[in-house]
Design a protein around this ligand. Structure first.
Ligand SMILES: Nc1ncnc2c1ncn2[C@@H]1O[C@H](COP(=O)(O)OP(=O)(O)O)[C@@H](O)[C@H]1O
Ligand SMILES: C[C@@](O)(CCOP(=O)(O)O)CC(=O)O
Length: 397
């Protein structure tokens, strides 16, 4: 049985956070920061799971894991099975609300449906590690779920039955969404869609998530202010402001909507060269942050990022709910590595964590390994090891 690596990106909201809650368009893109999974069959009928980012290492006998009737491939995943969730919660016995318990239950939920008789008669090794900070609003959970879904679908032969790429992508996305529901209850589906498809997408509540045509990969410095963010609190604050001043706030939300649509137009505009595109993108970054700050969701730490980066001519905005969390700074093609280094040092001196990354890269991918590898070896590799193997990955785009 072959061994596989799977991988999938985190996500970042480029434009439209908060406004999206009121039915406006938002834009999100895939990050160069990814999760990586190793999966391979073993012969002793056990499942050995290693999730070092959430400090989980467990081995289960495959016959003990609650299992559903084998899923036949169609239709797409059945509705959430709460009885199975209960069984799995008892089975993993790690408490209901811990990071590791959610991660383990999400994995076993997919296992329960996707495992075939042939895999169940063997067992497998399974490990995931991420280049992404977990719980910082960068979609680590969706990235984890997409990696897990891709790995289990592939190991069990569900992706190799002559399906076209679009169907394979859909399968991965749908099953990852099931796992996201296990972790998050009622997510919008945006994070797993970006992680599966890569690139950038436009989304509007209740409507189909659409890829953004012509999107070009962009470079960003991502700064985690390490100020804890509470999405619900920020969303509630904007709601109160809107209730008090609807005639003031509604036009701001409409403006944010226009920023997302202007972004889409930028990438489909013929004859616009890359440098003009980046200049205009930076202007949209600036205006969007200004509107978010006016909605009251910035934070002194996020303003510090803006202050430092603007001194060196760079445009930044908060990303996600705000009130803390992360900011993104656009690095135009003409910005020298020395300038990036200076900005990084200044930000790190404030106690922030900086990550240089691209936005708009590939989505879910698989790398078939010529020979088995051990979990220990997988865990021992520097994370860059996986990045460097990029050319050999098969993506579903
Ligand atoms: N690398 C990983 N390994 C195991 N579980 C992970 C990993 N990354 C994310 N998760 C799961 O996703 C959860 C984080 O979800 P969340 O708090 O929404 O963060 P984010 O905003 O980064 O998606 C973790 O508690 C864990 O259950
Ligand atoms: C503020 C909001 O628009 C985005 C929240 O982003 P994050 O989960 O904090 O990255 C809320 C939402 O869309 O549900």
């Amino acid at each position: 049985m072959p061994s596989y690596f799977t991988s999938s990106p985190g996500k970042v909201i480029l434009f439209g956070e908060h406004a999206v809650v009121y039915g406006k368009v938002a834009t999100a893109g895939s990050l160069g920061l990814r999760s990586y999974c190793l999966i391979q069959s073993r012969t002793d009928k056990t499942v050995e799971v290693s999730l070092p980012d959430v400090q989980l290492a467990r081995t289960w006998s495959i016959s003990d894991i609650p299992r559903q009737d084998q899923w036949t491939g169609y239709p797409y995943p059945p509705p959430m099975n709460f009885e199975l969730l209960d069984q799995l919660t008892k089975f993993v016995d790690l408490g209901t609300h811990t990071n590791r318990s959610q991660a383990a239950i999400a994995l076993l939920y997919l296992h329960s449906y996707l495992t075939t008789d042939s895999t169940a008669s063997q067992g497998y090794d399974f490990s995931v590690r991420a280049n992404l900070p977990v719980g910082a609003g960068l979609g680590s959970s969706a990235s984890y779920c997409v990696c897990v879904a891709t790995a289990l679908l592939q190991l069990n032969g569900h992706l190799s039955t002559g399906l076209d790429k679009e169907t394979q992508r859909d399968l991965i996305n749908q099953w990852a969404f099931q796992a996201e529901k296990v972790i998050h209850g009622n997510p919008s589906g945006i994070d797993n869609t970006v992680s599966t498809l890569g690139g950038a997408v436009m989304f509007k509540k209740g409507e189909k998530i659409e890829p953004m045509p012509g999107f070009q990969s962009l470079r960003f410095l991502l700064t985690n202010t390490r100020v804890p963010r509470e999405t619900q609190v920020q969303v509630a604050n904007v709601r109160k402001l809107r209730e008090k001043y609807p005639n003031v706030v509604d036009p701001m939300l409409d403006s944010i909507n226009e920023i997302s649509t202007s972004c889409k137009q930028l990438f489909s505009q013929e004859g616009l060269d890359r440098s003009q595109l980046l200049t205009q993108f930076g202007e949209l970054v600036d205006v969007n942050h200004g509107l978010l700050a006016a909605l009251g969701v910035s934070h002194p730490a996020l303003e510090k990022v803006r202050e430092i980066s603007s001194k060196l001519g760079l445009k930044s905005k908060l990303t996600g709910a705000g009130g803390g969390g992360c900011a993104l700074t656009l690095i135009r093609d003409d910005v020298s590595p020395a300038t990036v280094e200076v900005v990084k040092q200044l930000l790190e001196a404030e106690g922030f964590q900086c990550m240089e990354t691209s936005v708009g890269g590939p989505g879910a991918g698989i790398l078939t390994l010529a020979s088995p590898t051990s979990i220990q070896e997988f865990l021992s590799h520097d994370k860059m090891y996986f990045e460097e193997a990029t050319q050999e990955w098969a993506y579903f785009a």
